[in-house]
Design a protein around this ligand. Structure first.
Ligand SMILES: O=P(O)(O)OC[C@H]1O[C@H](OP(=O)(O)OP(=O)(O)O)[C@H](O)[C@@H]1O
Ligand SMILES: O=c1cc[nH]c(=O)[nH]1
Ligand SMILES: [Mg+2]
Length: 213
């Protein structure tokens, strides 16, 4: 597993405002969108392209175009949905599949309640979107699922990751035989006794979609 914690002053600035408990839902959504676009720039470094020849108004030129089949972007509902527009802004021709997963707040076990993905992902590059990598149970299950359908290359884009979750994802995916990259805006200190990231930003789904206040 490869970990990329993006070190950039704009990422750090936006993340600071995002973490602040006084930041309201509309601002939280906007900052999430902006942060994902910045992270997506790094996350798409390995996107496969083919060489192509074409004409400019002045003459023949060589360039590249995305390899077919195009990458697939998979937001993990609910909170990952807040990251979709930021990602597809950079990859507008990517396909989008959906996984709905919920973590039991007591056992911290993740279960899948919705799935709208192609059955066959053979050879596909997949970009998984989930803002919080806490215990890592959700992401490890999502990766297992995608690789089980044939995905050949997984990049997860997270806003925050906990060291405990990174270790779990590494352990659970190391024998899958598929390159896994985690791109995040920051690796935080630890998890608290409720499985929340510290200092974190709270419950990303509630903060995006306003179920708290
Ligand atoms: O690493 P883990 O310990 O598995 O936790 C992370 C997961 O928890 C949150 O989802 P949640 O279950 O709150 O669902 P939601 O997105 O609908 O709020 C978050 O969006 C991740 O998907
Ligand atoms: O800190 C956390 C952990 C899991 N899910 C969240 O939304 N936040
Ligand atoms: Mg939640």
């Amino acid at each position: 597993m490869r970990l990329l914690a993006v070190d950039h002053p704009l990422v750090a600035h936006k993340l600071t405002v995002l973490r602040d408990k006084n930041t309201n839902s509309p601002t939280f959504r906007l900052l999430t969108d902006e942060l994902v676009t910045l992270l997506a720039y790094e996350a798409t470094r390995d996107t496969r392209v083919d060489e192509t020849e074409f004409e400019t108004p002045v003459g023949l030129a060589r360039g590249v175009k995305l390899t077919a089949p195009k990458p697939i972007v998979v937001p993990i509902l609910r909170a990952g949905l807040g990251m979709l527009d930021g990602m597809t802004r950079l990859l507008p021709t990517a396909e989008v599949g959906f996984l709905g997963m919920i973590r039991n707040e007591e056992t911290l076990e993740a279960t899948t309640y919705a799935n709208r993905l192609p059955d066959d992902l053979t050879g596909r590059q997949c970009y998984v979107l989930d803002p919080m990598l806490a215990t890592g149970g959700t992401l490890a299950a999502a990766i297992g699922y995608l690789v089980g359908r044939g995905a050949s290359h997984i990049t997860a884009v997270c806003l925050l990751a906990a060291p405990e979750g990174l270790q779990l994802v590494e352990r659970e995916t190391q024998n899958l035989g598929v390159p896994i990259t985690i791109v995040t805006a920051a690796v935080d200190e630890r998890l608290d006794e409720n499985g929340y990231i510290v200092p974190g930003l709270g419950d990303a789904g509630d903060r995006l979609y306003g179920l708290t206040d």
